[in-house]
Design a protein around this ligand. Structure first.
Ligand SMILES: *Cc1c(COP(=O)(O)O)cnc(C)c1O
Length: 426
């Protein structure tokens, strides 16, 4: 194992990678720090190149619901590796993973695999525009749907914490086709639809807002979206890239009992390998090439290593539903953190939804990104640094969801709460 020092690696990284990283949130800029470099992950833990261990609540930003290097995933990928890495021709594993997803999320009737969540949402919106003959989409502030041009409008954590409300390079003409309203504000959705409902191809939403921390839908919000889109002939897209196989075994749709027309997936379905998918109603999916005219393709789509990892991870979830236990542990963590914060005199609120959780350093409730933004980001940055020094790795931003894996024990959680208490004591 390389024991290069973090300082020298960071210096080299800054010279050859923009901002030193390959995805902005990894830079730790939002917490005024520099990242560590990972040497290894196992179960609930990461080790850096200097040999320090961290309890990991980032879990590759969501995919690793079974923790790092789960034996079932490792052996499935190793077995596939021996047989080759990519063929550009169909494999049984693609059919198997599609069937597995459909079994756990029956609202999906057909699936197309892609290589990232970004590709999944871009493709789902293209399909929605094609199916409805309309160009406008409606999204919610703080929701992140990947970095496709149409979505980089009020796009949540990664963009918000860097102070880039919109990205240069996104054509104004395209951004103008994206309407944005506050999460959980059904009246605002009704208003937009009353004005231009017949222009709207789709409403896209993170059913639990995970890219602005962890904001559950208010009772009636998702049902309302279903009712309004239906009334105006628009489609409802649930972006379950984060919530799929995270908030319940059947995702947010199973948890809240609301049916979307199209669903986007990623993260957990790849077991830590690059993957995404979009799926939904058969009549819509049959418009995708080559079954239909809506073009979508990928050299590495349905990649055998990613399919092997995804099949292995979903097989474990299918055999034994871990989500009730994961939610109990996530609750234990959030309650413990809130008690520690209260003792330290910091106002805070938080919640756990399945294996997703979040804490805001402000008084509750938090129902939207607008309310989340009132959190004390400086206090969070200090707390983050204090926790990292004590071997606890929380997402380096005040507006990110935390995750739990089946590898996290009550002991890990109690140790985390203790570490946070000590960090707060400083
Ligand atoms: C992570 C995420 C995406 C983007 O997925 P990538 O694989 O990073 O492109 C899209 N939507 C949601 C809800 C996400 O959490």
């Amino acid at each position: 194992m390389s024991m290069a020092s973090t300082d020298s690696l960071w210096e080299r990284a800054l010279r050859v990678l923009p901002g030193g990283v390959n995805s902005p949130v990894r830079s730790f800029r939002a917490v005024g720090a520099r990242p560590f470099f990972v040497a290894r992950g196992q179960g609930a833990y990461l080790w850096d190149t200097e040999g320090r261990r961290y309890i990991d609540y980032v879990l590759s930003w969501g995919p690793l619901v079974l923790g790092h290097a789960h034996p079932a995933v490792v052996s499935a990928v190793a077995a596939q590796l021996e047989r080759g890495t990519s063929y550009g021709a169909p494999t049984a594993a693609e059919v198997e993973l599609a069937e597995r997803i459909i079994e756990l999320m029956p609202v999906i009737e057909m699936v197309r695999f892609v290589n990232s969540g970004t590709e999944a949402t871009m493709s789902a919106v293209r399909l929605a525009r094609a199916a409805t003959g309309r160009d406008r989409i409606l999204k919610f502030s703080g929701c992140y749907h990947g970095h496709g041009d149409s979505f980089l409008v009020a796009a949540g954590s990664g963009v918000a914490t860097l102070g880039l409300p919109n990205s240069p390079g996104v054509p104004g003409a395209l951004a103008a086709l994206t309407s944005v309203v506050a999460f959980n504000d059904l009246d605002a959705v009704e208003d937009v639809f009353r004005g231009r409902g017949d222009e709207i191809a789709a409403v896209i939403v993170e059913p639990v807002l995970g890219n602005a921390g962890c904001i559950p839908p208010q009772p009636g919000f998702l049902d309302g979206l279903r009712r309004i889109t239906h009334a105006y002939g628009s489609l409802l897209i649930f972006d379950e890239v984060m919530t799929g196989f995270r908030v319940a075994r059947g995702g947010a749709q199973a948890r809240y009992g609301v049916t979307a027309d199209l669903t986007t997936l990623g993260k957990v379905i790849g077991g830590g390998l690059p993957v995404g998918a979009f799926g939904g109603r058969r009549d819509l999916m049959e418009r995708v090439a080559p079954a239909g005219p809506v073009y979508q393709a990928g050299t590495l789509s349905g990649n055998p290593l990613a399919m092997a990892a995804g099949n292995a991870q979903l097989r474990v979830l299918a055999e034994r539903d871990p989500f009730p236990e994961l939610e109990r542990r996530a609750q234990r963590l959030v309650s413990g953190l809130l008690v520690a914060l209260e003792r330290a005199g910091l106002p805070a609120t938080g919640c756990a939804v399945g294996s997703m959780w979040g804490i805001y350093l402000r008084r509750g409730p938090v129902r939207s990104f607008e309310e989340a933004r009132e959190s004390d980001t400086e206090a969070f940055a200090r707390l983050h640094r204090g926790c990292l020094a004590r071997g606890v790795f929380f997402a380096p931003s005040a507006f990110e969801a935390g995750f739990l894996s089946t590898a996290h024990t009550d002991q890990d959680i109690d140790g985390t709460i203790e570490a946070v208490g000590k960090a707060l004591g400083e």
